[in-house]
Design a protein around this ligand. Structure first.
Ligand SMILES: [Zn+2]
Length: 511
């Protein structure tokens, strides 16, 4: 019997599942906001198949020759974009070969030594990943101090404030003129009492940076911006906007998206169901489930895309639910019109045959054969659906709360011209344009101005609504690549040069 001699490490091909677990753990590393206990179930589900293969090869006494084939199967299970036919062939041939080898008692030279080396190597990789994860649990991200929390006073009305963060909603004028979207949102919102400044602009091109600066009401020092995304997440969880509102007696509620990095700190949370996080998005299409889905339907991410539509519909259905008290700050984040573009203008399912999840910019193109063809169509369709959901939501909110203050913002525009590796872009308007629309008392509307940047959104709302002393910040914008978010390249002059109204100093809104 080939398996009878040698130590356990030589006889049992443990490395396919161990290697797969190490690989899965490394995919999980960029999501430090998730706990290991949170990601373990997803990891085990995704790795269930290679774990089964391990039982066949190792524990059930399959010959050592099965090990290399088991590794191939393991890789096929976890490697993205694998062709399901190739996957099935590898699987079937490995089973046949192993059974044959066992039946013929085939002896592979050096098999024991190779198996032991592979076992030890894979275990070292897994241990390294676990130590890395554990070390992070004890590390505290460097703090970023946005300044003291402003006082919002104590007298006067405290109407409900709805913050609708529409991820990736660019400047409507630019989207119409340059991307070819047909949107009437500006007019629809103006008819509903919103002020919609023209040429509103993001300060940063990435969600985490942009939202951090909005909620912190602060810009990063271009020479000392936070280097760690954990710092941005912590700043969102400890933001000045939230702290100021809580100090004024507001109750905080949040309806979150799949992008799990955006969480406010206050605990009166309404979690979104059905909840799929960023990590599951990254992992499941690469697992055997992606292959099965692709084989069945031609779409590796079909179940996730269906969940994304459910999540969007759930959010719009519940964003106008009754408030537990009138003075509530309800923060709603929807991953729309941001990719994935899997919802048609009429709300029906839209097919995306790539394994794309929620990547944007050059990462989106990478998953679509290196091309942005189809980006504009997908974006504009999702935008049209979003427009009608949004106006419907606004009508429901206002019917219940005629005094509601509604802050609608995009955090950046579309990503079809964005190369995440670039130190600068050819064109900044698309990515930096951002929808801003605010419904509220005249004093709030008067604080908004054409060409304003997002960082001045809440200072304007707080001045207008509470008479608070929150000074405006300079309207500056900075490009940053994905890998070096702290390397900020100022692009303010690129953006103001071609503003429809001539510049950010054009004063109050008059349209
Ligand atoms: Zn975003």
């Amino acid at each position: 019997m080939p398996g009878a001699e040698g130590t356990r490490l030589e006889r049992w091909a443990l490395y396919p599942p161990v290697f797969v677990l190490a690989l899965v753990l490394s995919i999980a590393q960029p999501y430090p906001e998730l706990s290991l206990w949170g990601v373990l179930p997803v990891m085990l589900v995704a790795a269930a198949f290679p774990l089964g293969v391990a039982l066949a090869y190792g524990v059930a006494g399959m010959p050592r020759a099965g090990g290399p084939i088991g590794l191939m199967v393991g890789l096929a299970v976890i490697y993205s974009e694998i062709e399901p036919i190739a996957f099935a062939l590898v699987l079937a041939s490995s089973v046949v070969l192993s059974a044959w080898a066992k039946w013929r008692a085939v002896k592979v030279p050096w098999a024991g030594q190779l198996t032991r080396a592979a076992n030890l190597g894979s275990m070292a990789l897994l241990a390294f990943g676990l130590v890395q994860w554990g070390a992070r649990g004890f590390s505290v991200p460097p703090e970023w101090d946005a300044g003291p929390v402003p006082s919002l006073g104590s007298s006067g009305p405290t109407p409900p404030i709805y913050h609708l963060l529409l991820d990736g909603y660019g400047d409507p004028d630019w989207l119409t003129a340059e991307l070819g979207c047909s949107t009437t949102l500006t007019r629809d919102l103006e008819e509903r009492g919103f002020a919609v400044p023209a040429g509103a602009t993001a300060n940063y091109p990435q969600t985490l940076q942009s939202v951090t600066s909005v909620l912190a009401m602060a810009l990063f020092d271009p020479d000392a911006a936070p280097t760690s995304r954990a710092t941005y997440r912590a700043a969102i969880a400890n933001s000045r906007v939230e702290a100021a509102l809580v100090g004024r007696g507001y109750h905080v509620e949040q309806l979150l998206s799949e992008y799990s990095s955006l969480r406010l700190g206050t605990s009166d949370v309404r979690q979104v169901r059905p909840y799929v996080d960023f990590f599951a998005y990254a992992l499941l299409p690469r697992s055997v489930f992606g292959s099965i889905s692709k084989l069945n339907t031609g779409e590796p991410s079909r179940p996730l895309h269906a969940l994304h539509r459910r999540q969007l519909r759930w959010t719009f259905r519940h964003a106008a639910d009754p408030l537990s008290q009138p003075a509530t700050f309800r923060f709603v984040h929807v991953l729309a019109p941001h990719p994935p573009f899997v919802i048609a203008a009429d709300g029906s399912a839209r097919v995306d045959r790539s394994s794309a999840s929620i990547e944007d910019g050059s990462d989106w193109a990478h998953k679509h054969d290196g091309s942005v063809e189809g980006y504009a169509d997908g974006y504009c369709e999702k935008l049209q659906w979003l427009d009608s959901e949004l106006t419907d939501l606004v009508d429901r909110i206002v019917a219940d709360h005629p005094d509601a203050v509604i802050v609608v913002q995009g955090d950046h525009g579309p990503g079809d011209e964005v190369d995440w590796a670039a130190t600068e872009l050819e064109e900044y308007h698309g990515r930096f344009g951002a929808l801003v629309a605010v419904r509220g008392p005249d004093a709030v509307r008067a604080e908004l101005y054409d060409g304003m940047t997002l960082v001045n959104l809440y200072p304007a709302v707080f001045r207008g609504l509470f008479g608070a002393d929150v000074p405006a910040l300079p309207d500056r914008s900075f490009w940053a690549s994905w890998d070096e978010p702290e390397k900020l390249l100022e692009v303010t002059s690129e953006l103001t040069r071609t503003l429809p109204s001539g510049g950010p100093e054009s004063g109050g809104i008059d349209r």
